[in-house]
Design a protein around this ligand. Structure first.
Ligand code: CUA
Length: 313
């Protein structure tokens, strides 16, 4: 029941900040809700038709009051907006040294893939004191990855990557929930984050415990797929007539056929594999076949992981 408590344990660097913002929102809303409720009761008694209240000369327009009750709520709302937007932006900009972990949601489980290879289901092992970035997608419907102890929650969408990051501060285990109604067993789409000491994590990653499956690293299996599907025949070390080189592509700005530009992030890489014609690189004919339905989300994440490393030959 611990995870269902009103204020779960704070186990990430972001937790206290999220709590402060939440308490501010609750405080402001609670104060005005009580104030308004009290005034409603007070005036309904004071001006009850059986009472002899002074009803002459009702107030019509009062400039100072109009300004006051416009400016004060506006200022409070702007504080809420700026504070919330600041936290939201921070939660989605992982530090550059974050460990990249891939997460796939499906009815009804969480599949996790670590960069060095271990795969696990409904469990996520991470080291304490290091930022972890989750790159997430769904195989079917919308899910939402929610770890109350870290104060993070992010929708996990089909056909798109979303990300969130956290830095765990306390060794222990914390529940993962799915926070988006996703079908019959939504309530059972739960898991556990295991926060370990850094040394224990290194040991675990090298030889994962029974619940996880060792696998070749994301980058290596992405490279295998890249070769297997013959990607290199058009995307070589240098630009060719048929296709641009993918070396150093990740994070760069790509000029498109329609004159627009796009930053080559994970979503762009994924889209270019499943729907190559959606945003065609300037100067190239739409020759590439679609791989939609041919590659699983796992395979797509591996290829994307390989492309992110940048050394294509
Ligand atoms: Cu997945 Cu609810």
């Amino acid at each position: 029941m611990h995870g269902l408590m009103f204020r779960p344990e704070r186990a990430s660097t972001m937790a206290a900040q999220v709590d402060n913002a939440t308490l501010f929102l609750l405080g402001v809303c609670g104060f005005f809700a009580l104030l308004i409720a009290a005034l409603v009761v007070f005036f309904s008694i004071k001006y009850h038709h059986s009472r002899k209240a002074d009803r002459s000369n009702p107030p019509t327009f009062n400039i100072p009051i109009e300004i006051l009750w416009t400016a004060v709520p506006l200022a409070l709302c702007l504080v809420m907006f700026a504070w919330g937007a600041h936290l939201f932006a921070r939660m989605h900009q992982a530090p550059p040294d974050a460990i990249d972990v891939d997460v796939i949601g499906k009815q009804w489980m969480w599949k996790v893939q670590h960069p060095q290879g271990p795969r696990e289901i409904n469990e996520l092992h991470v080291p304490a004191g290091r930022p972890v970035k989750l790159l997430m997608t769904s195989e079917d419907v919308i899910h939402s990855f929610f770890v109350p102890a870290f104060r993070i929650k992010q929708d996990v969408l089909p056909e798109r990557y979303t990300n969130i990051w956290f830095e765990p501060t306390k060794i222990g285990s914390y529940p993962i929930y799915c926070a988006q109604l996703c079908g019959t067993f939504h309530a059972q789409m739960i898991g556990t984050v295991f926060v370990m000491a850094d040394a224990d994590y290194q040991t675990w990653a090298a030889a994962p415990s029974s619940s996880a499956v060792a696998d070749s690293s994301l980058k290596a299996s992405g490279e295998t797929l890249f070769a297997q599907y013959g990607c290199a025949s058009c995307h070589g070390a240098r630009d060719q007539a048929r296709g641009p080189s993918l070396a150093g592509l990740f994070g760069s700005t790509v000029h498109l056929q329609d004159g627009q530009t796009v930053v080559a992030d994970e979503n762009y890489l994924r889209e270019s594999i499943v729907r190559p014609r959606a945003r065609l690189v300037a100067g190239y004919a739409p020759l590439m076949p679609t791989y939609e339905g041919e590659l699983t989300e796992e395979q797509l994440q591996r290829i994307v992981a390989y492309l992110k490393v940048g050394e294509k030959t």
